[in-house]
Design a protein around this ligand. Structure first.
Ligand SMILES: Cc1cc2nc3c(=O)[nH]c(=O)nc-3n(C[C@H](O)[C@H](O)[C@H](O)COP(=O)(O)OP(=O)(O)OC[C@H]3O[C@@H](n4cnc5c(N)ncnc54)[C@H](O)[C@@H]3O)c2cc1C
Length: 483
């Protein structure tokens, strides 16, 4: 990196927060999808919103691209840095700025961890509803950039339903406020455009979040089925009966066997599929819904639905599901985790398709699903030591995404497009659609400097800048063209 830039960055954030050594930069070379790696040109850890703004202004002035990073738990390569760019790590912006219990709102910096928000307001009987499984470590800034979901989003909604306002440093260095602490602000919903934009429209430096009242009662039903088709049909029937559970998670046979081996949660190993259905609300409502869910499950072939009788039993049953990813180590040395979504009624057809694609590829796939949302996480199991198997696993994971699109779904349910899935975007959108999205992006980031190589298969730059023509580094690298 240009030594002048490094010295300007040190002047902004303090020398100890600019990391240039190889050992320090290596730590930041990927997110949780380690298949994609790049060494950042320089890593900067600002300690205040003003410092973020000054760093972004400097990048804009010098024509240097940057990537924002929260906790680095993303699963689509969204926070993979640029070798010629600045990696802006937001983890020091971790203060809770204001708690407004009367209005059930909280204002936080972007590096605050998801679970920390709920912990802070639990004693007041409130919580922050979007709950990715990574909630102990992922940041609110990353959640907003990915529009993250979680097990309880079926009933409570995704991140986008719980963010009231954000302060954002635009890639030009301007500080703007999107959204409002009141409902229904007038004008275009620019907050809606920003949430889920994967770090391509600017950097969140503050967020005001909506809080929800903790339920009075919670109940968990475990129902095992002979086949995934029957379990899938039960999911649709529960919702059709007018019940909105807090969560409905589905695991297939391979997943049940691996997690039971790892955690001994009491799952029936011989079952073809398992549903965990959580109900919450007032005690009479939960009691009525629990009986109705048990009855629907029995009608759809459940072998012996079981209602957890204590919080400890409930926690153990959930522990199995939450250990599904690490438990895969018992089945194979490596897995490729995918994230797709289909209308929930299409889940049985999708699972059949995955089984036949897996058989054709000679690989095994374990499936774990946020079934109520139609959101599926296939885990393609492979052995990287076997020549060609890694490539076959990657190809199979791609075929599964295309099957999701064919069945009326999408290439991502909650993990975002990032680097990993940008090549599949044309399977969902026409060239005109993609060009329209890129024009929206240009309105926020005219020089295409904020996380430039993510989301779009071929970035389009927004026209030439005044002055003598200098080819943009992305054009020279062959990854961008000019509009
Ligand atoms: C074990 C495990 C379980 C997971 N479970 C779930 C799940 O249930 N549901 C789910 O949705 N996801 C899940 N994830 C994925 C991941 O945790 C989420 O996408 C999370 O929101 C990422 O947050 P982060 O702070 O780690 O962001 P990072 O990985 O650091 O960044 C993610 C993206 O956000 C951008 N970004 C980060 N901070 C900012 C900011 N302040 N301003 C603008 N852009 C920013 C980055 O540029 C990048 O594009 C899981 C991941 C793991 C490893």
């Amino acid at each position: 990196m240009d030594p002048r830039l490094i010295s300007d960055l040190r002047a902004i954030v303090g020398p100890e927060w600019v990391l240039t050594s190889l050992e320090a930069r290596v730590t930041y070379r990927s997110d949780a999808l380690t298949a994609y790696q790049a060494l950042p040109g320089v890593v900067v850890l600002p300690g205040a919103a003003e410092e973020v703004q000054a760093v972004v202004r400097l990048c804009a002035r010098e024509g240097v691209p940057f990537v924002a990073r929260g906790s680095g738990t993303g699963l689509s390569g969204g926070a993979v840095p640029l070798e010629q760019g600045v990696l802006l790590v937001l983890s020091r912006l971790n203060r809770i700025l204001a708690v407004d219990l009367e209005n059930a709102q909280i204002t936080v910096e972007p590096g605050v961890l998801n679970l920390e928000v709920s912990r802070r307001v639990a004693s007041a009987g409130l919580f922050y509803a979007p709950d990715p499984s990574s909630q102990q470590v992922c940041s609110i800034g990353g959640n907003i950039a990915e529009n993250s979901g979680g097990m309880h989003c079926l009933k409570y909604g995704f991140t986008t339903h719980h963010v009231l306002a954000v302060k954002v440093v635009l890639p030009t260095g301007e500080l703007v406020r999107l959204g409002s602490r009141t409902l229904q602000p007038p004008g275009y919903d620019l907050l809606g455009v920003f949430i889920g934009s994967e770090g391509t429209l600017g950097v969140v430096v503050e967020a005001t979040l909506r809080l929800v009242r903790l339920p009075e009662a919670v109940q968990l039903v475990m129902a095992a089925f002979p086949t995934v088709e029957e379990a899938g049909a039960a999911v649709s029937a529960i919702i059709a009966a007018g019940i909105i559970p807090a969560a409905i998670e589905l695991m297939d046979q391979l997943c049940i066997q691996a997690t039971e081996e790892a955690v001994h949660a009491g799952y029936p190993r011989e079952a073809g599929a398992l549903l965990l259905i959580e109900l919450d609300g007032s005690p009479p409502e939960v009691a009525a819904d629990t009986s109705a869910v048990v009855e629907v499950c029995q009608r759809h072939g459940a072998l012996a639905p079981r209602v957890a009788t204590s919080p400890a039993e409930r926690a153990l049953l959930w522990k199995g599901r939450k250990s599904a990813l690490p438990a895969m180590g018992r089945l194979a040395p490596a897995y490729y985790l995918q994230d797709g979504v289909v209308p929930r009624t299409a889940l049985p057809a999708l699972l059949r398709r995955i089984a036949s694609l897996a058989a054709a590829a000679g690989l095994r796939v374990a499936n774990v699903l946020h079934a109520g949302d139609g959101n599926l996480h296939p885990l393609v199991l492979y052995d990287p030591r076997v020549p060609g198997e890694t490539a076959r696993a990657e190809e199979l994971a791609g075929q599964i995404l295309l099957a999701c699109v064919e069945l009326g779904g999408s290439i991502t349910g909650e993990h975002g497009v990032g680097l990993d899935k940008k090549r599949y975007l044309p399977a969902m959108f026409s060239e005109t659609d993609i060009e329209t999205m890129q024009r929206v992006r240009c309105a926020f980031d005219p020089a295409w400097q904020s996380n430039p190589d993510k989301l779009f298969p071929t970035p389009r730059l927004c026209g030439e800048r005044p002055g003598p023509y200098r080819p943009h580094p992305l054009v020279e690298a062959g990854v961008a063209t000019l509009f």
